[in-house]
Design a protein around this ligand. Sequence first.
Ligand code: V47
Length: 370
Amino acid sequence: MNFSHDPNLNEISAKVERGERLTFDEGLQLYATDDLAGLAKLADTVRRRLHGRTTYFNVNRHFNPTNVCYVDCKFCGFFRTPRAVDAYTHNIEESLRIAGEAVTEGATELHIVGGLNTKLPFSYYTDLLSALKREYPQLHLKAFTMVELDHFARFYKMRDDDVIEQLINAGMDSCPGGGAEIFREPTRSMLCAHKCDADRWLSLSGKVHAAGLKTNATMLYGHIESTEDRVDHFVRLREQQDVSGGFQCFIPLAFYPEGTQLSHLPGPSGVDSLKTIAVSRLMLDNFPHIKAYWVMLGKRLAQVALHYGANDLDGTITEGGELSESYSVESNNEVKMNKQEIIALIEDAGFEAVERDTVYNRIERETTTV
Ligand code: V47
């Protein structure tokens, strides 16, 4: 492929065509280019090599058991202190009711993340998973980020392997990719000083992979981070993937400033979001999937992102959960898209829509429930 606007990219293009790994500096060059169409073409080459015209989605629901959290991340509009009037913790009965609604709507996955709530015993989490699994064995429980696992190990004074084993025994099927934010210091500490550091996040992912579960990885971009921070993030993720191999999907998360301590920032532009999807596709050569998370990108930009290397739109999400609502760019922070709508969005972009389960098996359904 010839980059007429940006000859520097010709060499990168040749490497991509040969399937060679790109360097940190090449990641920076990709971000620096103003040849957006060329960048899209390059990322799309990789995307089509891996997935052809297939674009995945799933039918899921987010569930946030508690919004009480002591971590005080600067980018978060979701967390509450224990005495806040709108602080909440769902009991098992409420949790089962929410999961039941999701099942009725055809969900195959419950995405469970919450605040780091020091008022709860570890048994709250295992009891929650066990009850959900007992009542709805068909529902895949994608539960707890590496930050939550780290909190469990430290706060309840347990070995990492025991935390992971007990959660798996209770019903945890895989882990979502949150909490990665930006790995590089000092940015990470400026954003979320009380969260576990990058090495810990990555090594815990390795331990979950070793226990046989898949996980995802995210990057929160468009706030105070530099381009170097972003490229460093990609390099660290792919190094961990070389070692442990259990990441399925990378999800760049576009920062939504409203209601956060960084509300004076504008958040990322559309072009920046498209570049981030494309550069991640090109740098993360050992990640099977790149997700354009429509809740944060908006439906229309997520659709365009399918031409910039993304091959997954995440879920229909018939009801968002409080965390997703805190960062949704859709009007009134609505987090809803039904199955017909997501399929139309994908087909309209020129791709084949394939419903998947959490671990990327195809799902064929006789009737449409959502
Ligand atoms: O870790 C919090 C981010 C993450 C804001 O694994 C924000 O499939 C933007 O990880 N603006 C949680 N982002 C969500 C998450 C996720 C989402 C969808 C799919 C998957 C998956 C994982 O949300 C947090 C943080 O990085 N976040 N606040 C905000 N104001």
